[in-house]
Design a protein around this ligand. Sequence first.
Ligand code: PEP
Ligand code: MN
Length: 338
Amino acid sequence: MIIVMKAHAPEEQIAEVCRRIEELGFRPHLSRGEVRTIIGCVGDERGKPRLQTLELLEGVESIVPILQPFKLASREVHPAKTIVRVGDLAIGGERLCIMAGPCSVESEEQIMAAAAAVRAAGATVLRGGAFKPRTSPYAFQGLEEEGLKLLAKARAATGLKIVTEVIKPEDVDLVAEYADILQVGARNTQNFPLLTRCGGAKKPVLFKRGMATTIREWLQAAEYILTEGNYDVILCERGIRTFETATRFTLDLNAVPVLNELTHLPVIVDPAHGTGHWKYVTAMAKAAIACGADGIILEVHPKPEEALSDGIQSLKPSVFQQLMAELKPVAEAVGRKL
Ligand code: PEP
Ligand code: MN
């Protein structure tokens, strides 16, 4: 249910409504607008009718049901766009967020070279997996904590923020010690225990779409993070499985305007995994920005031919630099800044 407070309702009235919501066994989630505050009440659906009695409280204008199955992610509960702040970085505002770096952290030399290159080209977030969810158990699984330490070193040297994947609930605290943004990958979109743990972390979450997850399933999965009190969720479209085999996945850019309508959460696009080939990354990065994404995440490797994972879809630093130059006029055409 959504409790809509009267215009400029005083803080005491808002606090009292929240207290009563908790008393009834629900969790209040506040969304403060310029004029009025909206309080989303989430909890066991079966107890919902009890909330109707709160209509009698002072300052309450109306109580309406939340129509979408995803509650806290919906524009109904939170009409204004969310801006996720990572230190001095804002994701979801006018300025686009560019995240780039290798698929995996492989060595100190590799991650330092990648960090310097992506920073020089204008990225503000360095990506790199330390824990890798690989399709084959025989493939490189990542440097684990050693990889996290190397990422921290690259951050210290460049000032870039770090985004890196966490694949197990029990690793969330460790990864959160090093990362600025926790990444939940496509193979874990519906790993609910992992999502719940990320919801308890004090770090923003880059939440990728599963390759066979519908937009509505994805938003309901995001709810597992939000309902734990972590509202800093960035959605990432990274391609879905279709009958098409010419590309690794089919980058579903339809998802961008659909998400911008359904949810207030920032949306970024991964044209590297979405296409699976470096040749197509620039075109789809431009398309992503043109259709309303808040940023992109892609793979850049100092020597793609030597990469231990995803070399074929990784850009050389010079190609990334050229991509950034081509992205600028596209960003300006849709009223965004690079
Ligand atoms: C990655 O970012 O390297 C990755 C494994 O992505 P995804 O989860 O989208 O496959
Ligand atoms: Mn990858």
